[in-house]
Design a protein around this ligand. Structure first.
Ligand code: NAD
Length: 358
């Protein structure tokens, strides 16, 4: 099999690339390196079955060429992270709607199977216990930037679903809940990599709002295991699946756990949502996935605990911190749409995760 992975230089995408290559398949990654890093693909770059193309999913002729040469398309390219969405709402919205439309149209034109990444943000402010794939969406005003991400991803889902129903596109949508692991950047508002880095540096951990809001975290290796299982199942076509953990923890408790596990001297400090993201930011109290549908079809269950997740995040933060002290990370370069050899990678960004299969 030959896979096209859009956004494959990103956090989840690069782990999937490693897993698919490990199974002997060929992979082409299309990524504009806006939030992804070539260093994430350092392990893949030495594999002759791997090719990296720097370019955008908004470039329709390029997307079409790459889709044509592959059997299966994994569409992960997106503007991701609350901070990025709030700071660059228009660019993010265009990437997350037009980019997906371009990839879906091409997959349909060439009759390719496609797996599309969506998000638990779809559910908006619905905090009512376990969320199934058919749970309601409860959103704030479209004027609030955060909900534009949710809406863009909903448009993607609708497109995938209607193309399947009306035109036979072999599409599967996955809704990732908070996914964590090595290579995740703290730069765009992801809480565990941010806390881990603050703890390792002995800086205060900044908790947004009261810290009583509760979240569930899944290790990226468990998320990738779910993706591999879904890709094997034709019954997954035309369907939407939640992928996440149902173990809840409050953000305040999470900060304490990270400080303890990192044996850090850090304290905690509180920042209002307004201070963190500007006026009008809205958040939800809790968000818990119901993954029964995924489990019933594939038998998937997460294998890693929160302690495993935090151990990896702390190790990643430590290795980055030590690397920062000794050597700078090489910047990626190269014109859009061209092949670029993978740059030398930072230790923390290359960390392979063993045992993809559940
Ligand atoms: P990421 O930012 O690490 O990966 C996204 C990748 O897309 C990056 O490599 C980025 O450079 C690339 N990209 C952005 N715009 C592009 C464009 N126009 N053309 C080509 N490439 C482009 O984020 P991630 O966490 O790996 O997310 C992967 C997917 O999973 C995204 O679709 C995201 O919406 C979804 N998701 C992730 C999470 C999570 O917890 N990490 C949760 C919900 C949904």
């Amino acid at each position: 099999m030959k896979y096209l992975v859009t956004g494959g230089a990103g956090f989840i995408g690069s782990h999937l690339v490693d897993a698919v290559l490990a199974e002997g398949h060929s992979v082409v990654v299309l990524d504009d390196l806006s939030t992804g890093q070539q260093g994430n693909l350092a392990q893949a770059a030495s594999n002759p079955l791997f090719r990296f193309v720097r370019g955008s999913v908004l470039d329709a002729p390029l997307v079409d060429r790459l889709v044509l040469e592959c059997d299966t398309v994994i569409h992960f390219a997106a503007a991701v992270g609350v901070k990025l969405i709030v700071e660059q709402p228009l660019t993010s919205f265009v990437t997350n709607t037009k980019g997906t439309e371009t990839v879906i149209e091409s997959a349909h034109r060439h009759e390719r199977r496609i797996l599309i990444a969506s998000t638990s943000e779809i559910y908006g402010k619905n905090s009512s216990g376990r969320l199934t794939e058919t749970s309601d969406r409860i959103l704030g005003s479209p004027a609030v930037a955060r909900w534009s991400y949710s809406t863009a991803k909903a448009v993607d889902e609708i497109m995938a679903c209607l193309y399947h129903r009306e035109r036979g596109l072999r599409s599967t949508v996955v809704r990732f809940f908070n996914t964590v692991g090595p290579r995740q950047s703290p730069a765009y508002g992801m809480v565990i990599p941010r806390f881990a880095r603050q703890a390792v540096r002995g800086e205060p951990l900044t908790i947004h709002a009261s810290g009583r809001q509760r979240r569930c975290f899944l290790h990226v290796a468990d998320a990738v295991a779910a993706l591999l299982l879904l890709l094997e199942r034709p019954e997954a076509e035309g369907e939407i699946f939640n992928i996440g953990s149902d173990g809840e923890i409050s953000i305040g408790e999470l900060a304490d756990r990270i400080i303890a596990q990192a044996k850090s001297s850090s304290s905690v400090e509180y920042l209002s949502y307004d201070e963190a993201y500007g006026p009008g930011f809205e958040d939800m109290e809790r968000r818990v996935p119901d993954t029964t549908k995924l489990r019933d079809l594939t038998g998937w269950r997460p294998r890693r605990t929160l302690a495993d997740i935090l151990a990896d995040a702390i190790a990643d933060a430590r290795s980055e911190w030590h690397g920062t002290l000794s050597a700078p990370i090489p910047a990626a370069s190269g014109p859009l749409g061209q092949l670029v050899p993978a740059a030398g990678a930072h230790a923390s960004e290359t960390a392979p995760v063993a045992g993809w299969r559940a």
